[in-house]
Ligand binder design. Structure first.
Ligand code: PLP
Length: 394
């Protein structure tokens, strides 16, 4: 991708636009080929077989490495495929320290699959230095961080934790799905590996499933390239195109996601049927200062707890503009009920201990007009109140 000193907004808008030398097409084409002719024995065009390297995917990967300030990137068929590929760095007997509150699918991968191969994990508040130190074992190999976490928006100081990890020869791996490289670049803060569910903000339109891995350092990049090719959970040429199409408008979309989400979080904070709002852009959030220090913006999702669990079902039923659906990061607003959807695979006692309980709703705020979104929430909360309490406010 073009010049390295361009601002990230320019890099995003221009992904692939200067890479097609034959026609000068400003959108890089979809190369469907899985096989590539060799000029002669011992020679290659740089492309041999599409699982190893494929032209459209390569453009996406080069752009992603540049956006995250990494040395190499690997596009995968989903965020989970990216996570599985990253966790394949580890071997039987290895131990990982992992964010206490995290995406349920990551927990499921660690506890139901990697555990079968003798890889174990301890879940701690990664912002608590004492908790990190007491979780560290002789065979600990890495710290895995979500910041903000999904769904409780807990914030970890990336510079502090990656510094601590380096002292102990541990890798720092960061799931940067919620903030994207537009707002947070963990490698610049000391991380070794960044993972994304690109299905979310990077794609941005709820229409492509994809994952990304970005690595820093030659040895780690080579090892990840080996795993990516050997495991084979790679992104298809057409999905690579679709993802780049989405990424071109990331900066504009994030600006609207951020301002909408903050306005709605402030509205809900004052609402009598809402007990707590978890949004790191609110000044009373415990992670507010760290978030401000290490990122240049806020994500478009946040969670909130209603005062009575009986409101949840009618609220979800009465929402009209906001869809009751299980994802985040797209232009359309979606409301999720983590306890029974995204985080159902985490045992109830663990969920309850961190606060993912039956009163928690997660809101992925889209780019619709903020007044329409607030209006929809207001009518759904009021309808729920009337159903539960049997009557309207006087
Ligand atoms: N990481 C985070 C923070 C997520 O929210 C998700 C999915 O919701 C994933 C990873 C998994 O990504 P995918 O659904 O693309 O496999």
């Amino acid at each position: 991708m073009g010049e390295n000193n361009w601002r990230i907004e320019s890099k995003l808008a221009q992904i692939g636009s200067m890479d097609e030398p034959v026609t000068g097409a400003v959108n890089y084409p979809i190369y469907q080929a899985t096989a590539f002719r060799h000029p002669k024995l011992g020679q290659s065009t740089g492309f041999d077989y599409a699982r190893t390297k494929s032209p459209t995917r390569s453009i996406l990967e080069e752009a992603s490495a540049s956006l995250e300030s990494g040395d190499a990137a690997f596009a995968c068929s989903s965020g989970m495929a990216a996570l599985q590929t990253v966790f394949s760095l580890f071997s039987q007997g290895d131990h990982l320290i992992v964010s206490l509150d995290l995406y349920g699918g990551t927990y499921r991968l660690l506890e139901r699959i990697l555990s079968r191969f003798g890889i174990t994990a301890s879940y701690v508040d990664t912002n608590d230095a004492d908790a990190l130190e007491s979780a560290r074992k002789p065979h600990t190999k890495a710290v895995f961080i979500e910041t903000p976490t999904n769904p409780l928006m807990m914030i970890t100081d990336l510079e502090a934790v990656s510094g601590w990890a380096k002292q102990h020869q541990l890798l720092t791996i960061v799931d940067n799905t919620l903030l994207t490289p537009l707002f947070q670049r963990p490698i610049e803060l000391g991380a070794d590996i960044v993972v994304h569910s690109a299905t979310k903000y990077l794609g941005g339109h709820n229409d492509v499933l994809a994952g990304l891995i970005v690595t820093k350092g030659e040895e780690l990049s080579n090892e990840m390239g080996f795993l990516h090719n050997s495991i084979g959970a790679v992104l298809s040429p057409s999905d690579s195109y679709q993802l780049m199409r989405g990424m071109k408008t990331l900066a504009l979309r994030m600006e609207r996601h951020e301002s909408n989400a903050l306005a709605i979080a402030r509205y809900l904070k004052e609402h009598p049927q809402v007990e707590t709002v978890y949004h790191p852009g609110l000044s009373d959030h415990p992670g507010y200062e760290i978030q401000k220090k290490q990122s240049s913006g806020n994500t478009g999702i946040f969670s909130f707890k209603v005062t009575d669990a009986r409101y949840v079902e009618p609220v979800l039923r009465h929402l009209r503009l906001i869809a009751f659906a299980e994802s985040l990061g797209g232009v359309e607003s979606l409301m999720t009920y983590p306890a029974v959807q995204t985080h159902a695979d985490i045992p109830e006692e663990i969920r309850a201990a961190v606060g993912v309980d039956d009163r928690l709703l997660r809101f992925s705020v889209g780019i619709e007009h903020v007044d329409d979104l607030i209006g929809d929430l207001a009518q759904a909360l009021e309808a729920a109140r009337q159903e539960v309490e049997g009557g309207s406010h006087q």
